[in-house]
Design a binder for this molecule. Structure first.
Ligand code: PLP
Length: 402
């Protein structure tokens, strides 16, 4: 503003120090841009930005610089054309399904053991709105082929590594089958992260992340992101302009910072999870361990191929032999290092009881059909010393000896 020094005290307090253009320097770290307004030299420039014929920002529900930096980073790591960020993983899943064409009268095929909220979104809300949802065990390719042929769905949605049973999807086969029957493939890559797997390179049309998890990695931000083609990204953009599930600049900045250490964290977490899984298989009180790194896991070889030998992930689940819900609760309370928290993918080791948390909204019958019993515990292995994680599990199991 010209001649600010001649203005009144309040005007100077409001405007002084604002809108100073960088003068020949570039900050090393992406700045946080909390502004909800953007100024241009002329109204014609602003008009062109509105028309998307000129690059720029007009209002953060349409896009903003810190969020864009995060989107560029994730698109790069997922080897996709473009990414769109959201305020949470669920907002990202919902938007991706709509961008894929989900409407009343269409059919969506969903993996049987999707994350509980994704399942509830599809089976309750979307079903109420007229979408037909069919559940399939996507590791049974024959059953999937039959359902695809019968229903010709608009979309097939699955997780790279399923939650909480750690089944691994053959993404290339799913993409080929979905496309042959006229549908698009949506892959929730949250558990694997782009460090282990790039589903777009295997034929998926949309990759979704709850960036709240491994991508951010420190348990302090909620975010979601979809990576897809430029054309599909345009649909996500038009949609989110209306429904507004945007990511804020502070969250985008934290998520972008998390991205920088993703490979280091994942490397450590994969190595530690493999050690913990191996140890659990030897423990007399553990009836079953679900971890794709174990040679006994049904998709062990597929996972090796899919993840290119970089590891098998930091997530595992196990069943305490003959344990009722109350015994599992006592076990979780006896843990001192591993915290019972409803999230995953953090630097901290975290445990969760799927039957009463992520899959709580399902009926007992729905849980039983998927194979989630009361004795099942999910463990997200953190970056702590692996000996301490194992020691904690050992101590808590001994405390809850029946
Ligand atoms: C596999 C998976 N997808 C999606 C979500 C939803 O993400 P958010 O909690 O960020 O909305 C979660 C949350 O736990 C998840 O585990």
């Amino acid at each position: 503003m010209s001649n600010l020094s001649r203005k009144g005290f309040i005007t100077r307090a409001v405007h002084a120090g604002e809108r100073i253009q960088p003068d020949g320097y570039t900050p090393v770290v992406t700045p946080i841009h909390p502004t909800v307004g953007f100024l241009y030299e002329s109204m014609d420039d602003l008009d062109a930005v509105f028309a998307t014929t000129r690059a720029g920002y007009v209002y953060p529900r349409y896009g903003s610089p810190t969020v864009a930096a995060f989107e560029i980073a994730i698109a790069e790591l997922e080897r996709g054309e473009a990414a769109h960020a959201f305020g949470s993983g669920m907002a990202a899943i919902y938007a991706a399904l709509l961008a894929a064409g989900m409407r009343a009268g269409t059919t969506v095929i969903a993996a049987l053991d999707l994350y509980g909220a994704t399942m509830t979104l599809l089976q309750r809300l979307m079903t109420e709105l007229g979408v037909t949802v069919r559940l399939v065990d996507v590791t049974d390719l024959n059953a999937l082929e039959t359902t695809l042929a019968q229903t010709r769905p608009i979309a097939l949605i699955a997780e790279t590594i399923s939650n909480p049973l750690l089944k691994v999807a053959d993404i290339s086969a799913l993409a080929e089958m979905a496309h042959r029957h006229g549908g698009q493939l949506l892959i929730d890559n949250t558990f694997a992260s782009p460090y282990l797997c790039n589903p777009l390179a295997l034929g998926a049309d949309f990759v979704i992340h709850s960036a709240t998890k491994y991508i951010s990695g420190h348990g302090d931000v909620m975010a979601g992101v979809v990576v897809t083609s430029t054309e599909n990204r345009r649909k996500l953009y038009e949609l989110n302009k209306l429904v507004g599930g945007v990511l804020g600049p502070f969250e985008a900045w934290l998520a972008l910072r998390g991205v920088k250490t993703l490979p280091l964290r994942m490397r450590q977490q994969c190595a530690s999870a493999a050690r913990v899984a191996e140890w659990l298989t030897q423990h007399p009180r553990i009836a079953r361990v679900n971890y794709p790194g174990l040679p006994t896991h049904p998709q062990h070889e597929l996972t090796q191929r899919l993840f290119g030998g970089r590891g098998f992930g930091g997530m595992l689940s196990f069943e305490i032999a003959n344990a009722e819900r109350t015994q599992v609760f006592r076990f979780m309370e006896a843990l001192e290092l591993c915290s019972p928290a409803t999230t995953l993918g953090d630097i901290y080791s975290l445990v969760l009881h799927p039957a009463t948390s992520s899959h709580r909204s399902l009926t007992t019958e729905e849980r039983a059909r998927i194979g989630i019993r009361d004795g099942l515990v999910r463990l997200s292995v953190g970056i702590e010393d692996v000996a301490d994680i194992i020691g904690d599990l050992e101590h808590a199991l001994a405390q809850t000896q029946s």
